[in-house]
Design a protein around this ligand. Structure first.
Ligand code: SAH
Length: 215
């Protein structure tokens, strides 16, 4: 697949659109401007890659809406070298955005097909510092923790305890919480004594965070 001037132009329009919708972090906007989102789409659908919309991918899952990716990334306040745990690799697009921001990303997916597909895409694109795991995100990945930031990209019915344990003091955990079709975006900040300060950041709609793996 190629990244043509047309794709770059469409991507730039998308960046202007999410800026109008309230994304202010210039590093995040630059990252969205950098990552060719159409590489994560089946070649029949690349025309839709620069609409600010979620889109179906394999295994009945979705690639999140660009605004949502930018919004969650902005809440993470990514610093170069941050160790970030992502729950829900999906297409791998969010992980690519974190790679552009120079984070070290550990990403978990429970659908085998997506676990393979996302790695293949990311390898072809050449993004570095991304480690892929097939497993249940509810368990996190304690062997590589604790993490500076944790990002959940599926709707969690409640805040998963094991993930809180794997967050560093002063770390951020960004997660859509809620069991219905609509979740509330939360940012939790871990205090030195282990308690959490929580902030609410509006309503979003994600595919559900499910228990176990698909096999
Ligand atoms: N970050 C992704 C968004 C994918 S949608 C992207 O940029 O494309 C959310 C993903 O979370 C789905 O792929 C779904 O399979 C996955 N998921 C749901 N429950 C999970 C769990 N318990 N552990 C790991 N991944 C999970």
């Amino acid at each position: 697949m190629k990244d043509t001037y047309r794709h770059k132009g469409l991507r730039n329009q998308l960046v202007q659109e999410i800026k109008r919708k309230g994304i202010t972090d210039t590093k995040v906007l630059e990252a969205i401007d950098t990552v060719p989102r159409h590489y994560f789409f089946d070649s029949a659908f690349t025309e839709q890659a620069y609409d600010d919309k979620p889109f179906p991918i394999a295994s009945g899952q979705t690639i999140s809406q660009p605004f949502t990716v930018a919004f969650q990334t902005q809440l993470l306040e990514v610093q170069p070298g941050d160790k970030i745990l992502e729950i829900g690799t999906g297409s791998g697009y969010q992980a690519a955005v974190l790679s552009v921001l120079k984070a070290k990303t550990y990403t978990i997916e429970r659908q085998k097909e997506l676990f393979h597909f996302s790695q293949k895409t990311i390898r072809q694109m050449g993004y570095k510092r991304i480690h892929f795991f097939y497993g249940d995100g509810y368990k996190g990945q304690p062997a590589y923790g604790p993490y500076d930031k944790i990002l959940i990209t599926c709707g969690a019915p409640s805040l998963p305890e094991k993930l809180v344990e794997q967050l560093k003091p002063s770390g951020f955990l960004v997660a859509p919480i809620g069991s219905g079709n609509i979740q509330e975006m939360y940012r939790y900040i871990k205090n030195e004594d282990g308690s959490l300060t929580e902030e609410k950041h509006g309503s979003f709609s994600f595919v559900p965070m499910l228990k176990g793996t698909n096999e």
